[in-house]
Ligand binder design. Structure first.
Ligand code: MEV
Length: 424
């Protein structure tokens, strides 16, 4: 990054270039030739590495990696690497990010990155006395936790505090750990196992489970955007109409469980794509997001869309975002290392904020389409290429078959096969 010009994320016409020219364009910015090589099939994750990563490995499965464009976050441009099999996700995020960019971009922030490890204590005779004893010995417990991961302390992180919560027949101790730029699941799990004997001594109870909690509500990231209605138009719809349609769609999600789940799936389309591209644990992010959606006891839409006093559309999203920019499987494979470099973030906190901004953009893109022409209008044109591929089309025939099934309004594999047979 140093000494090199930062690439703008606004690249008009990028999607119309062929893949080779898109890669060339990236070289003008932060991407290095070795990054692009690392994203080639067979390089992103080699068989040898795969064999070390999981048991019984027999191969690797690949996903397309697209670049989300137009993202401006806290005044800085970012290219967004998105690994996803679904057509429209990258295009829709880029479209929405462009709208937000015209209105000043995303504002984001992140809380401290603190993970929670849980130690369950069963058959505790007197939970109230046990709690007092635990809190009195907090420093000792933290010291034991840190002793198994001295490097975390050296990096400025480590065990920070404990809290004690009642259970029907005992209690649970939360160990709060600052894991710096790592997601830190292994660190936290090692720590809670290490403190378990001391917890048992201090409480007189029997220790049960010792494991991190995937509900990381002390590691949150937030994104917000304020959009002038003039930037929200769609053919046949005025800005205020689109704005009000988006607000109405959010009210629907707030009132209806089935819709809320789909609303949030749209948010996670963008979130997961970046989480996967950067080698993070997407199951952890998904679990935490859906936990966050029902933190009030009722499952709710993750985003809010309201109108401010000036008539602007104001969107926000808060998510637990315990991603890492080092450690674990992050950075283990050449492909994820290259993706991390491409998005130009300085560490885990900045990555978390980028991902939440992408989730908000993805939701905006989906709601804007749903509130105007419907999702199939744009989606089918892009989906048609996958249908053409599934029908066996190759090379330039993919585009020809795709265009023809869209023209006929028959975006189906059977129709694509017939057209392919005619063309070959
Ligand atoms: C499709 O992958 C996601 C959407 O269904 C999200 C939504 O309905 O908000 C379009």
């Amino acid at each position: 990054m140093q000494g090199q010009m930062r690439l703008t994320s606004r690249l008009p016409g990028f999607h119309r270039l062929d893949l080779a020219h898109r890669r060339q364009w990236l070289l003008k910015g932060e991407a290095k030739a070795e990054d692009l090589e690392a994203l080639e099939p067979g390089r992103a994750l080699g068989l040898e590495t795969a064999d070390k990563m999981v048991e019984n490995a027999v191969g690797v499965i690949s996903l397309p990696l697209g670049i989300g464009l137009n993202f401006q976050i806290n005044g800085r441009d970012h290219l967004v690497p998105m690994a996803v099999e679904e057509p429209s996700v990258v295009a829709s995020a880029s479209h929405a990010a462009r709208i937000v960019r015209q209105s000043g971009g995303f504002q984001t922030e992140a809380t401290n990155r603190e993970m929670i490890g849980q130690v369950e204590v069963r058959t505790c005779v007197n939970p109230a006395t046990a709690k007092v004893s635990l809190l009195r010995h907090e420093a000792e417990i933290l010291a034991v936790a840190d002793s198994v991961h001295p490097t975390m302390r050296a990096r400025g992180g480590g065990a920070r505090a404990i809290s004690v919560h009642p259970l029907p027949d005992g209690l649970v101790v939360h160990l709060i750990v600052d894991t710096c730029d790592a997601m830190g699941a292994n660190t936290v799990n090692t720590m809670v196992e290490a403190i378990a004997p001391l917890i048992s001594d201090l409480t007189g109870g029997r220790v049960g489970l010792r494991i991190l909690s995937n509900y990381t509500d002390s590691c949150l990231a937030r994104a917000r955007c304020v959009i002038a209605p003039a930037h929200l138009t769609a053919p046949g719809f005025s800005g205020p109409e689109v704005r009000d349609g988006i607000v109405q769609a959010t009210l629907f999600a707030g009132a209806d469980f089935h819709r809320a789940v789909t609303h949030n799936k749209g948010v996670m389309n963008g979130v997961d794509a970046v989480v996967i591209a950067t080698g993070n644990d997407w199951r952890a992010i998904e679990a935490a997001a859906h936990g966050h959606a029902c933190r009030t006891g009722r499952y709710r839409p993750l985003t809010t869309w309201d109108v401010d006093l000036d008539g602007n559309l104001v969107g926000s999203l808060e998510l637990p975002m315990p991603v890492g920019s080092v450690g674990g499987s992050v950075g283990l494979t050449p492909g994820t290392r290259a993706a991390l470099r491409l998005c130009g973030v300085e560490g885990a906190q900045e990555l978390a904020q980028l991902i939440v901004a992408v989730g908000l953009a993805q939701n905006l893109g989906a709601l804007k389409a749903l509130a105007t022409h419907g999702i199939q209008h744009g989606h089918m044109a892009l989906h048609a290429r996958s249908v053409a591929l599934a029908a066996g089309a190759q090379g330039e025939l993919v585009e020809r078959v795709a265009q023809e099934i869209v023209r006929l309004g028959e975006v189906r594999v059977s129709a694509a096969r017939e057209i392919l047979a005619r063309l070959t």
